[in-house]
Design a protein around this ligand. Structure first.
Ligand code: MG
Ligand code: MG
Length: 237
């Protein structure tokens, strides 16, 4: 799983590097596909329940599951890149939201709070804690800074499948849920809206957007629970 996490992080980092005004979301997908081939790894999302791309690219009010297209990015956009690979039957899964050129102070704050919310969740991924300790830490941090937590999409266990039990909501009561144990691996992934938490899925059957049109951000890491605490498997080396 460490190798899957490493390859996921490496390719995601390369996608981030070309995310600038004029890049199309399909350019990002093509880069991901080519790099998977070169590194000898398999993209985890392509064909998953029929998803057409290697990467989910979600711009501005799009929350998750955006389909790569010929849409060019422009300065001021924020773009969520959600990507995973399979190495020797094991999955990695990670997401980052990237500013394109200069963005507004409000958008900067949304990215910072979502990234930091993920870190607060990861800190609770410790053997002996309860699952919802992670959820609560994220919700408490994010709502305390005036943003809202998406309910319809959640994090998940990950291993030999992309989505395994348990589900990992980004909201919930501290002290509840299964007891976390050494060896569990979780994909923790807050999806945070600048406005209300409600989302809907567009007519393409995939792209989730905020109902109120507000910006949304998404960060994700694959995290192993070890005897030494949480180990983030999707950090770029
Ligand atoms: Mg993901
Ligand atoms: Mg995930």
């Amino acid at each position: 799983m460490r190798r899957a996490g490493q390859a996921t992080a490496q390719i995601l980092k390369e996608m981030v590097a070309i995310t600038k005004p004029g890049t199309t979301t399909l350019d990002l997908d093509k880069l991901a596909e080519r790099r998977c081939r070169e590194l000898g790894v398999k993209p985890a999302f392509k064909g998953y329940h029929g998803f057409p791309g290697c990467v989910c690219v979600s711009v501005n009010e799009q929350v998750v599951h955006g389909i790569p297209s010929d849409r060019p990015l422009k300065a001021g956009d924020i773009v969520g890149l959600d990507f995973g690979v399979i190495v020797d039957g094991y999955y990695g899964d990670s997401a980052v939201t990237v500013p394109v050129g200069a963005i507004t102070p409000q958008a900067t704050k949304l990215l910072d709070v979502t990234r930091e919310g993920l870190q607060h969740g990861i800190q609770q991924a410790v053997a002996g804690n309860r699952l919802f300790d992670i959820s609560h830490a994220i919700q408490n941090y994010v709502e305390g800074r005036g943003f809202s937590v998406v309910r319809e999409f959640v994090g998940h266990g990950i291993g030999r499948s992309l989505h395994e039990e348990p589900q990992v909501p980004n909201y919930g009561p501290k002290g509840k849920g299964v007891i976390l144990k050494e060896g569990m691996v979780l994909a923790i992934e807050p999806m945070i809206n600048a406005g209300g938490h409600a989302v809907r899925v567009e007519s393409d059957g995939w792209t989730a957007v905020t109902v109120d049109g507000s910006l949304s951000a998404h960060f994700e890491h694959t995290v192993a629970i070890t005897k030494d605490g949480p180990e983030i498997l999707t950090l770029a080396g």
